[in-house]
Design a protein around this ligand. Structure first.
Ligand code: TIU
Length: 222
């Protein structure tokens, strides 16, 4: 067992039981005209983390460790979109509406795709999820069980919405969770900082956080 330097204390890496999960690095959250922008957010914050997410993915691939990708999206007939989710707030475009990159957050539309720089490669699992958490209404739990995965390293967006929701779902299911700090981002810097603080508070009540360099250093030698 090799530890990753982390907060609030070292993360006890189990090399045979760890996977990277990259949450929702989709055009809809990072490009003008997508879902994130329709909610009034500055999406340029998201694109700044692409290099760190990219090198984290590359490190896992190089070490022969699994990489899982998620996408927040809905069926074209909206049958998996609760009316409460579609009607929430006052966005300029709602989920399912036609925008400049196709229908907002609908599976198969150009804007819903994972950013090309971070695209999955052959053999990597891609989970399409209708919720903020990646376990709700998906096959993720069964896939992780089947692969004997017990630890998840998290990257992606947004820190306090889909990343934190999925970390909490995973923590309750018994997974040890580690958030890669430079490889996650929020539209609100104060929410990212708060999410990181609350995740690792109280002796890692939800999980650990670590720097990308420290994660890469350990997995490359494990
Ligand atoms: N709005 C926001 O911060 N996030 C989302 O709606 N989805 C994800 O975090 N993926």
């Amino acid at each position: 067992m090799t530890d990753i330097k982390a907060q609030p204390f070292p993360f006890p890496l189990q090399r045979k039981a760890v996977a990277l999960i990259v949450i929702d690095m989709q055009r809809d959250f990072s490009e003008p005209g997508g879902f994130g922008a329709s909610l009034g957010n500055d999406v340029s914050r998201i694109t700044k983390i692409i290099p760190d997410v990219k090198r984290l993915i590359a490190g896992f691939r190089h070490a022969g460790l699994p990489v899982i990708h998620t996408m927040e999206c809905h069926k074209p007939d909206l049958s998996d979109l609760p009316p409460a989710k579609r009607s929430r707030g006052n966005p300029s475009l709602r989920i399912g509406d036609k925008g400049p990159m196709g229908r907002i957050l609908i599976a198969g539309e150009p804007g819903t795709a994972i950013l090309p720089e971070l695209a999955p490669i052959d053999g990597e699992i891609v989970i399409e999820k209708p919720g903020k958490g990646a376990f709700y209404a998906t096959e993720l739990g069964d896939i992780l069980n089947h692969k004997d995965i017990k630890q998840l390293v998290f990257a992606g967006v947004t820190t306090e919405v889909c990343v934190q929701t999925t970390m909490r779902e995973a923590n309750d299911r018994g997974y040890e969770c580690l958030l890669a700090e430079e490889a996650t981002e929020s539209y609100f810097p104060e929410f990212k900082a708060a999410a990181i603080a609350m995740i690792r508070a109280q002796g890692a009540i939800v999980g650990w956080t670590a720097h990308v360099d420290d994660i890469l250093e350990t997995i490359s030698h494990a």
